[in-house]
Design a protein around this ligand. Structure first.
Ligand SMILES: Cc1c2[nH]c(c1CCC(=O)O)Cc1[nH]c(c(CCC(=O)O)c1C)Cc1[nH]c(c(CCC(=O)O)c1C)Cc1[nH]c(c(C)c1CCC(=O)O)C2
Length: 358
């Protein structure tokens, strides 16, 4: 599909901040803003299964737009899941309500790599995401930019080996220690699919690409340097190269949750924006990242359980600490399902209140 004739973008704060340009107020969006908290999402979700929504461009588009209608956000993020990439490699993934994703047949050892269906033609396997992106770009009518995303290789490997969420990632880490070669092989296979998948989203109309390394917290500096960072770097380098050949230049964000030990490496990994979780101190993180990247984050998601006036005060403090240059306001991880929309809205409004006119 040729993503031509998209409506002109009326709010480019996110893209300007990502590129380090001046902004007259700080852009704000919220990780996991679509789905999770909204009653209007639950209505769609009860009628259709989770992956049916992902695979039906009209439904994915509708759910993507819901938070943008409700809150004064500066970005939309396409409704999908990081686990569509393992699905594209032929693995079955079920979304069990109240439990989360489950792989009936996880990768139990290196021999199982032979089960992965390759090569992956992302247009054939994940074309539904590209269609959802293009449709959503039109339906947004230029109100805010649209973010595309993918999981990073280590995080996807974690789910593919564990078969579900894990408190320790010990089965997947066991691979790293016992089968380093097979681990690199798997991470490399994932990297190639992720690159094509991100390029496809950009071609379809995504205006910024975020890579979620949500399971970085399990690794620590040595494993991260060996098994996560090289692939994170390869993704940014290869995506840019492929997009350049198509005359596209799209800012990219790396969010490596729990990788407080690797901020310097992340600042130097080829992304315009580095996402920060709530465990890092804004001043300390800013110092360590330097001024060549934009910071994104990092209020503790649980702060949204606080009374409205406390949320306002915490956001005010966050704005003071980050300053208004090279910063995209967000939470330090996704919003939780039991948070009330009113409190989510208070966060967004407070960012606007305290960061404009500077
Ligand atoms: C680790 C991870 C997953 N998925 C994702 C990550 C990385 C971000 C992070 O660390 O939170 C990313 C993701 N998943 C979803 C989005 C959509 C867009 C958005 O709102 O940001 C995004 C960006 C929808 C979803 N993905 C999922 C839901 C809930 C499904 C439902 O109950 O209807 C939604 C709206 C399910 C999901 N998907 C995943 C898990 C662990 C779960 C269960 C827990 C939960 O997040 O609710 C894997």
């Amino acid at each position: 599909m040729e993503p031509k004739d998209f409506p002109a973008l009326k709010n480019d704060l996110l893209l300007r901040a990502a590129r380090g340009q001046e902004v007259d107020r700080v852009p704000v969006w919220i990780m996991r803003q679509a789905g999770r908290t909204l009653p209007e999402y639950r209505a769609v979700s009860e009628q259709n299964g989770f992956f049916t929504i992902c695979r039906t461009p009209e439904l994915a588009c509708e759910v993507t737009l819901q938070p943008v209608r409700r809150y004064d956000l500066d970005a939309a993020i396409i409704f999908s899941d990081i686990l569509v990439v393992p699905q594209a490699l032929g693995m079955e993934v079920l979304m069990k309500p109240g439990e989360g994703p489950v792989f009936p047949e996880p990768l139990s050892g290196p021999d199982d790599l032979g089960r992965l269906q390759r090569p992956v033609d992302v247009h054939q396997q994940l074309g539904y995401v590209f269609q959802a992106v293009t449709l959503t770009r039109h339906k947004l009518e230029g109100k805010v930019p649209l973010i595309g995303f993918s999981g990073a290789p280590w995080t996807l490997m974690g789910y593919m080996v564990e078969g579900k969420g894990s408190k320790t990632m010990s089965k997947a880490k066991r691979w790293l220690y016992q089968h380093p070669e097979a681990s690199h092989q798997l991470l490399s296979i994932l990297t190639d699919v992720i690159v094509d998948y991100l390029v496809g989203q950009a071609e379809a109309g995504a205006q910024l690409l975020q890579v979620f390394e949500s399971s970085a917290e399990y690794l620590g500096p040595d494993l991260f340097t060996e098994f996560a960072l090289p692939y994170i770097r390869r993704i940014s380098a290869n995506v840019r190269e492929k997009l350049k050949a198509k005359d596209l230049d799209i800012p990219m964000t790396i969010f490596a949750k729990g990788a407080h030990y690797a901020l310097e490496q992340l600042a130097d990994s080829g992304y315009e924006v580095v996402g920060l979780d709530w465990t890092v101190d804004p001043e300390d993180a800013s110092r360590r990242l330097g001024d060549k990247v934009t910071r994104q984050g990092n209020l503790d998601p649980c702060a949204l359980y606080a009374p409205l006036d406390s949320i306002d005060a915490m956001v005010r403090r966050m704005v003071e600490r980050f300053g208004c240059r090279r910063w995209i306001a967000n939470l330090g991880h996704g919003v939780y399902p039991d948070m009330t929309p009113e409190h989510v809205g208070a966060f967004v409004d407070a960012v606007h209140k305290y960061s404009s006119g500077k």
